[in-house]
Design a protein around this ligand. Structure first.
Ligand code: 5RP
Length: 252
């Protein structure tokens, strides 16, 4: 795909020490500039997307945006949006979303993503794949050379029934890439993490590049018991990256 780096803005403010959360907020606010009155907007999940939802609510309260319909990608975002008074709907009533804005855990040079370390990958993928535009908002720590390159988790949502069997089959699919996997658990009580859809998450870790993402995706989705995986291949239309040296917009 053709990748355009469309704006390498001047340094944000070199004299100020920006935190990672400041960078997330900068990317989020930049993305919200693309939200126009009357739009159906996919509302992402996570600490970066939270800033975008706050910003949309603020602009609605100020009357600078009107008639927005939000489609939340998780119960958490649903609660946030309700508390801020953003009118909400769902894909049944609004099957076409004008613009979705969400964070990501990894962004590769072709704008493929890993998402779901917050556990909301299924609803995120449903809503973001139904969106005419999907703007991803990240701080620069999320950029990787290839999917899996952060060595952090690539989440897969599985049904709870015989999850250990699913784990074994997933790991053996990617034995060539030194894959290991584990059931995600709540840190507080060690119980299995349960998604908004009542499923479990298997976190996969790769030692090496898994290669062709489409083939990897197809192989995962062919396994019975697998609901969805966290690779978002070709879905992002642009990525806004906030770094200490400025904001960069990468578009396909
Ligand atoms: C949740 C996600 C998040 O978008 C992703 O984990 C990034 O989160 P954060 O903005 O907090 O780093 O996919 O399922």
């Amino acid at each position: 795909p053709t990748l355009m780096v469309s704006s390498a803005a001047p340094p944000l403010c070199p004299s100020v020490n920006l935190t990672q959360d400041d960078l997330k907020k900068i990317a989020a606010y930049k993305a919200v500039e693309h939200v126009k009155s009357g739009m159906v907007v996919g509302l992402g999940t996570g600490s970066t997307a939270k800033h975008a939802v706050d910003r949309i609510a603020h602009l609605l309260q100020q009357g600078k945006l009107k008639d927005i319909v939000g489609i939340p990608t998780s119960t958490k975002t649903h609660e946030q949006a309700v508390s801020l008074g953003i009118p909400l709907s769902n894909l049944d009533s609004h099957p076409v979303v004008d613009l979705a804005i969400d964070g990501a855990d990894e962004v590769d040079p072709e704008l493929n993503l890993v998402k779901g370390r917050g556990g909301s990958l299924l609803r995120e993928k449903m809503i973001e794949s139904a969106s005419k535009k999907f703007i991803v908002i990240v701080d620069e720590s999320k950029l990787v050379n290839y999917v899996g390159g952060s060595r952090l988790a690539m989440p897969v949502e599985v049904i709870p029934f015989c999850w250990n069997h699913s784990l074994t089959r997933l790991v053996s699919l990617f034995a060539y890439a030194g894959c290991v996997g584990e059931l995600r658990k709540y840190a507080e009580n060690g119980e299995a993490f349960v998604t908004d859809n009542g499923n479990y998450i298997i976190d996969l870790y790769f030692e090496k590049d898994i290669g062709d993402l489409k083939e990897a995706s197809d192989a995962i989705l062919r396994l019975p018991g697998i609901v969805e995986h966290g690779m978002f291949i070709g879905l992002a239309t642009s990525v806004i990256v906030a770094g200490v040296d400025g904001v960069t917009v990468k578009s396909k």
